[in-house]
Structures are given as C-alpha cells and as structure tokens.
Design a protein around this ligand. Structure first.
Ligand SMILES: Nc1nc2c(c(=O)[nH]1)N[C@H]1C(S)=C(S)[C@@H](COP(=O)(O)OP(=O)(O)OC[C@H]3O[C@@H](n4cnc5c(=O)[nH]c(N)nc54)[C@H](O)[C@@H]3O)O[C@H]1N2
Ligand SMILES: Nc1nc2c(c(=O)[nH]1)N[C@H]1C(S)=C(S)[C@@H](COP(=O)(O)OP(=O)(O)OC[C@H]3O[C@@H](n4cnc5c(=O)[nH]c(N)nc54)[C@H](O)[C@@H]3O)O[C@H]1N2
Ligand SMILES: [Mo]
Length: 773
C-alpha cells in the first residue's frame, strides 16, 4: 500500500488583492525550473514517489508525460531525465498523495464549492471513490460502482441517442478512446465532441483539403535539420518546453528561428537548458533569431505578404524560389494563387499586422534563402474567425517552396493534450468518415449511425436548448473549457444526468446535471494491474504521429479507482446488456483484445500488438512526409486563395486574446506563479500596452470590469486588474478560463467552429463596488 502520509491541501483560495507584478523574464527554464519541479513534486507526493515517477517519464517502458504532445526522440538517445518543469508539475498534480474522500464531499456542500476557484478545487487531491448527487440534494455522497453503472444505463435507455453526448479530453489513451467511440456508436450517436474542437480543429480543417491529412508532416529529426523554423502563435517555453531543445539544436546546426507572437514570451527569446551544463555556463542560448511582434489576428495578412514577396523574388530571379517541378506534378491552383498575390497593399498589411514593411521583407528574405523550412503553430492562429484561412496561407507558403516530403521541411501543428491527436485517429470525431463507420460495422456487427453529431460549440448550444439528457465526460472540464461560461453552466444544471470520469474535482462537477456522478479513475502514472492477466499498458500518439506504449507503475492513492477501459466497458454492459454483440468484458480484461480490434479497423495499425511492444513504437503513415503525395479528393495538394481579413477594434476597444499562465494546465492550476511574465498570486488580470492604457485613460493596476462586444450583444466580467505589459499595440491578453465568460458562443472560427478565444473585442469600465442599501 502507499505511504499513508497525508499531504495537506491548501485551505486558502486565491486572494486577488495579493497580486504581484514584476518585470517579465527574458529567458526560459534554467536551474529555477528544476527547483520548482522538485518542490512541487515533493510537496504533493513526497520524495520517493517523485523520484520514482521522474525516472520513468517518457522513457522506454515508462509512461508518457501527461503534459503535452511534444514527441520524444526515437532515433537518438534519451536523457536520463526526459521531462521539463511543466511536465514535472503535471506529474506531481496527478501522483499527489492528497485525497478527496467521501468525508470531503460530506463536509463541503456543492453550494460552498461553487465559491471556490479551480486552484482550490484541483489542489484538494485525487478523488478516491465514486460519488453521486441527486436532484434536491446538497452534497455528493458515495455510491457503489455497480449502482453507478446501472444508473448510467437507465438514463441512456430512457432517452434517445441524439440526446446523449460523449465528450473526450485529450489525455484519453488510444485503447480507451477506441472503446469510447465504439460505445457511443453502439448506442446510436456520433455526438462525440472533444477538446480538439476547441483547440486544433482549425488545423485539421485547413490541412485535410490542402494536403490530404489533418496532421503535421515533420519528425523531430526534421526539426533539428531545418534551415528555417517559424514558430507562429505558440508559447513553447510554457506549453511545450521540450520543444526549446529542438529549436536550440536546429540553431546549433546552423538553422534560423523566427517567432511570431503579440507577446515577447520568454521561451521565444532565450533558453537556459537545465540539462546542459555548457549552456548554463554560457547563460543560455538564444531561441529566435527574429521576433515579429504581430497584432492579434494579423497572421493571415503576414503570410499573404510573404507569399507576394516570394513570388516577386521569383520574378526577379526565376527558378530560385518556386519549386516548379513539385508544383507542376503535385499541386493544383498555383496560377490562381499567383494572380491573387500579385498585388499587395502595404498600408493595409501594416495596419493588419502592426509590423513594418522592413520587418516583413526581412522574413521573406530568410524564407527565400532557406531550402528547408518548417512552420510550427499552435493556438495563436487557430482560435479566430479567419483561422482556417490563415492556416491555408501558411500551407501556401510551404507548397510554394516545395517544403513537403524532404528532410528539415514541413507543416507542424503543435498539439496540446498528450493524446489529443491519437483520440482523433481512434475515431473520436463528431463527423466520422464513412470508411470508419463501415469498418466498425464490419468488425463488430453493429449499425453505426451515419448522421453527424455535435461538436463542442454545438454541445454548448444543445445544453442551452435543453437537448441534453445524458452528458458523459471522459476527463476534462467542459464547463470551463468552452465559451459563454454562464449560459453553459445554466444549461448543464438543467441536463438530466452528467457523468464525469475524473481524477480531480473541477467546476464541471459543481455545475452538474440534475443527477450527477463522479467516477474516479486511474491516471497515466498509476499501476493498472487488477486484471486476470495482470498489469496492462496503453498507448498514445504524439504530435508527430509516433505511436508508443505508456504504463504507470505507482500504487494508486485509492483501491476503489477503476481504469478508464473498465469504466467504459461496464457502462456499455449496463446500457446495452451483458449479451451485447460487442464483447466489452474481453476488452476490459485484456487490452491486447482492444488492440487486435484496432488493428483490423484502422489503417496503419496492422500488427498493433506486436509493433507497440517494439522499443520505440511505430510511426503512422504520412503520405506528404513519406512519399510527397497528397491524398486529397483530387490526389494533389491545393493552393488556396482567401480574402485579406484581420481583427479591428472600434475606438475605445482592444482585441483580447486568452492564454495559459506558466503555472496551469488548461483549467487546472498547478500554482499561481506565471513566472516568465512576472505575474503571481493573482489571475484576474488584463495585460495592456502602456500607451494603450494611456490612450484609454487608465493606469497600471486599475480595477476594471471588462465588457466584450459581439454582434450588438455584450458579455461582462467584473474585477480585473489592468497590468501595463509590452504586448502588441491595440491588443490585450487575459488568462483562460477566467475570461471565457466573455466569449460569445457564436464567435467561432468559420469551418472549424472553434471558439474565438483569441479574437474578442473588449472595453473597460472602472470597477465600482455595488452600494449596499
Ligand atoms: N504547461 C502547460 N502545457 C500545456 C498546456 C497547459 O495549459 N499548460 N495546454 C496544452 C494544450 S491543450 C494546448 S492546445 C497547448 C497550447 O499551447 P499554446 O498555443 O502555446 O497556448 P496558449 O497559452 O493559448 O498560447 C498561445 C500563444 O499564441 C499567442 N497569440 C495569441 N494571439 C495570437 C495571434 O493572433 N497571432 C500570433 N502569431 N500569436 C498569437 C499568445 O501570445 C501565446 O503566446 O499546450 C499544451 N501544453
Ligand atoms: N479561453 C480559452 N478557452 C480555451 C482555450 C484557450 O486557449 N482559451 N483552449 C482550449 C483548449 S486548447 C483545450 S484542449 C480545452 C481543454 O479542455 P479540457 O480538456 O476539457 O480541460 P482540462 O482542463 O484539460 O481538464 C482537466 C480535468 O481533467 C481531469 N483529468 C486529468 N487527468 C485525467 C485522466 O488521466 N483521466 C481522466 N478521466 N480525467 C483526467 C481532471 O479531473 C481535471 O479536472 O480548453 C479550451 N478552452
Ligand atoms: Mo488544447
């Protein structure tokens, strides 16, 4: 059994009056990062448990870091410590010895918990037993697993499949995700929204029609060998820290790095590699050779301008820029693209981007010189109305110079959750392709529904319209992750049954349906050995399409936790009956059985059980990367033509983006230190350029209410502190999820329906305390 020492959870919640602001840092990581990692680990889990888990993370035979989806090296050696500060925090968060027992739920009413922040809730620890709250009750109380599954079955059977929604957060492993989508489809619905809908959906929407695959086309070796890497709309120092090593290695090999971001993020400037003594002695390595401080939403204009400049250069020196052989043989639409980019309005380009003509020309020169370019991007370019077109412009630039299927080149959407890419590969998608449904039907003898289901934003709307009777959440915290928080929470509370398969308490448990279950599960680091054939392992797919195994080894904090595949199987049995055509029990008992099914249903997974046991796992087929071919409907890659589009705020307003602090994982807060940006102990802040503050008539640290405007409607968030910060002019930044109340549900990226979390129009009103009468 585990060490019985109980680590104390914080009693105190965030006090925004204690906000501290210091100058932003100009370098990421360093020795401080290692100290923070160890400190968080030890305070949550103790020294032995921390050391054991740190030695296993991202190692062959160990577990995949639950932090981000950045890959580990498959060709090269792995460092003895293949993790980063934020990975260490993610692990400490999970293998904590703090527990949320039935006593906790008996002590705290839901009403009381509704007044707590995610910081307080998540830090209480791991949930130890299944609990339930029924209509009219004030507290969650224990329920047996069997009764919980029967209740789920009863609720699902009592309604129609279209009124059941199955949400997935991206930590769910491949095997789990496969069973989960099979469960939804066996019931008769494609209502499978996931966190990807709110994250990289725009990437898939742009990549599928242009290059025939919804994923990136580079490997880690490509990153090391690129001549130029552009990092667009991404904060790797915080969200993908191990990527800094790849960028540094690229520069050491003579490559150049360009960062495009409204914020001068520390990780884009300088990296002090705590695992390289030489680098520490030098005081760290520069990360980006050039930093373009772009306006929020200005990237489409930037890439159009770069396209124009590259084509002009080609005219001056024919054959030096454009890869004509590649374009002629493998692409479509080049002529139309050339025509569309033949003219450029510099005044409008400068207004859209906030960049000077000289800055943009400088980057075009770097692109022109590079024979192998990679463009990386993340959420800075996926969560705006015109995001899909922005990404199409990025693809245009890569196609122009033939940057596919050659070493050191390609498209690199840097994914979020550690298995968000794998979940989609496994069929978690509300808009499944016919071939997948046909393959499932053939393998299992079920009749998968053909009608498409709801995505995340449509789920929010379904809640608002009282169209959800059963909401099952495989991980995640949908109430706070999606937009329009107030409307969503109100709708969720009216739903018949909400079921949360979770590790830790969160807001979605508090704004629950009329009946609500919390089903506690094993995490990545936990040993999963209560099976007839002994310990089982799972698999994940990283951001570069490498599939590998993951196996936790730590004793779970409670004997009552069930593994996710077991939870799904038992829900399915309770819903569909013990004699259902799918053998759920066999899959839950032996995960090899799930993998055998997967190997027959999904292309690229042939001999899954054998290949997953090889040292490094295996890489999924990727036509653009492997053979320079493009499996679009026309069998060629596509250039696209889009109109110029950017975000403009009316007078007295700014464009607001939302982002993560250095001390959070999405809606879970590890701590309150956004160290690189110099902001600690408070989160209700809005970063604004000092001159914008001045023009708007406000001062640093003023307390304001924030009003977002959209299509003549307003949303309001009270009591935020303005902080003078070197962001791009005309743009402001606030933390996710505090600012989600401001996101109107119809503010979405066209085509992908991803919420416009980085595209709000806001103004500030001095905050006044309500008068007591
Ligand atoms: N430690 C930690 N790691 C994580 C996560 C976490 O919360 N914590 N979350 C995981 C998940 S799910 C995801 S999806 C990823 C997210 O990884 P990121 O995409 O890096 O996450 P964000 O914090 O949203 O940062 C977006 C960046 O885009 C910039 N930006 C905003 N608007 C624009 C714009 O219009 N143009 C450009 N060029 N840049 C812009 C912001 O200034 C910010 O630097 O990280 C994953 N990894
Ligand atoms: N304003 C704004 N909103 C955003 C974003 C933004 O940039 N700005 N980003 C969006 C993005 S990119 C994403 S991915 C979503 C994130 O949305 P989600 O994935 O829904 O949210 P998380 O905060 O990652 O989920 C945290 C919860 O997951 C549970 N959990 C953790 N580990 C496990 C596990 O191993 N198993 C199970 N079953 N549960 C577990 C815990 O109970 C924890 O409370 O948010 C989106 N929302
Ligand atoms: Mo994400």
């Amino acid at each position: 059994m585990i060490n019985p020492i109980k680590r104390k959870a914080p009693v105190k919640d965030i006090d925004e009056n204690e906000l501290e602001v210091h100058d932003p840092k100009t370098a990421a990581a360093g020795v401080k990062a290692v100290m923070v990692s160890m400190d968080r680990g030890i305070s949550q889990a103790g020294l032995t448990r921390t050391a054991r888990s740190m030695l296993r993370v991202n190692q062959r035979g160990g577990f995949d870091c639950p932090g981000c989806a950045w890959p580990e090296s498959i060709s090269g050696a792995r460092k003895p410590a293949e993790f980063c500060e934020n990975g260490a925090k993610a692990i400490a968060e999970e293998n904590t010895l703090r527990t949320v027992t039935p006593e906790f739920w008996a002590t705290h009413s839901v009403e009381e918990l509704a007044g707590k922040t995610e910081y307080w809730l998540g830090n209480q620890g791991r949930i130890t037993e299944p609990v339930i709250i029924r209509e009219g009750e004030t507290h969650y109380s224990p329920i047996s697993w069997t009764d919980a599954f029967n209740l789920v079955g009863e609720h699902i059977r009592a309604t129609t499949p279209d009124r059941c929604v199955f949400y997935t957060s991206g930590r769910t492993a491949n095997e789990t995700a496969f069973m989960y989508q099979l469960f939804a489809r066996s019931i008769g619905t494609n209502n499978l929204p996931d966190c990807s809908n709110m994250c990289h959906e725009s990437s898939g929407s742009a990549l599928n029609p242009t290059i025939g695959i919804g994923k990136g086309t580079v490997s880690l070796d490509d990153m090391h060998n690129a001549e130029l890497i552009m990092v667009v709309g991404q904060n790797p120092g915080t969200n993908h820290p191990r990527m800094l090593s790849a960028l540094t290695e690229c520069r050491q090999n003579g490559g150049k790095v360009v960062a495009v971001n409204p914020l001068p993020e520390a990780g884009l400037l300088k990296f002090k590699d705590p695992q390289s003594p030489g680098n520490l002695v030098r005081g760290g390595d520069q990360v980006a050779d050039e930093f373009l401080q772009i306006k929020v939403g200005g990237d489409l204009a930037l890439f159009q301008a770069l396209g124009h400049l590259l084509l002009e250069e080609e005219k001056r020196a024919p054959g030096t820029i454009v890869d004509h052989d590649f374009i002629d043989a493998q692409t479509d639409g080049f002529q139309e693209y050339c025509e569309a980019r033949s003219q450029l309005d510099w005044i409008e380009t400068e207004r859209a981007t906030g960049l000077s003509r000289m800055e943009i020309t400088g980057i075009a020169d770097m692109l022109a010189k590079s024979k192998a370019t990679i463009i990386c991007w993340a959420l800075g370019v996926t969560q705006q109305p015109h995001s899909v077109n922005t990404l199409r412009e990025i693809i245009n630039i890569l196609l122009l110079q033939g940057n596919f299927g050659k070493p050191g080149a390609g498209a690199c959407p840097v994914r979020g959750h550690s298995n968000v890419q794998g979940d989609r590969t496994m069929g978690i998608w509300e808009k499944p392709k016919e071939w997948l449904l046909a393959a499932l039907d053939e393998e299992f003898g079920i009749a998968s529904p053909r009608e498409h289901g709801v995505d995340a934003t449509e789920t929010l709307e379904a809640f608002m319209d009282d169209k959800v009777d059963v909401f099952v959440s495989m991980g995640g915290n949908f109430a706070l992750a999606c937009s329009d928080t107030e409307a969503l929470e109100a709708g969720m509370k009216r739903a018949g049954l909400t079921v949360h398969v979770s590790t830790k308490p969160n807001r979605s448990h508090i704004v629950h349906g009329r009946t609500s279950l919390i089903l506690p599960t094993l995490g990545r680091t936990d040993k999963d050995d209560k099976h007839p054939k002994g310990a089982q392992f799972l698999s994940v797919e990283d951001s570069m399409s490498v599939v590998h195994s993951t196996q936790g080894r730590l004793a779970p904090v409670s004997e009552h936790l069930l593994a996710e595949p077991v939870i799904i199987a038992r829900m399915a049995q309770a819903t569909l009956g013990e004699d259902h055509i799918v053998d759920w029990r066999a899959m839950a008992e032996d995960y090899d059985v799930i993998r055998d099914h997967i190997s027959r249903v999904l292309p690229g997974f042939e001999n899954f059980n054998q290949r997953i046991r090889t040292k490094n796992g295996f890489v999924l087929p990727n036509p653009p990367r492997d053979t320079r071919s493009f499996a679009t409907d026309i069998g060629k890659a596509r250039f696209s033509v889009s109109p110029l589009e950017y975000l403009e705020a009316p007078d007295g307003h700014l464009i607001l983006q939302t982002m993560r602090s250095h001390d959070q994982y999405n809606t879970t807060f590890y701590g309150l230190d956004d160290r690189y940006r110099g902001i600690s102990n408070g989160r209700r802040v809005i970063l604004v350029h000092p001159e914008d503050l001045n023009e708007l008539g406000f001062s640093d640290r003023d307390l304001v209410d924030v009003v977002s405007t959209f299509k003549g409607t307003e949303r309001r968030a009270d009591k935020f502190r303005l902080v003078s910060y070197p962001t791009a002019r005309g743009c402001a930044a606030a933390y996710f999820p505090e600012a989600n109340v401001l996101v109107h549900r119809e503010l979405v990226a066209r085509e992908s329906n991803t919420p416009g979390y980085k595209a709000m129009t806001v103004r500030f009103i001095p905050h006044e305390e309500p008068q007591l009468s």
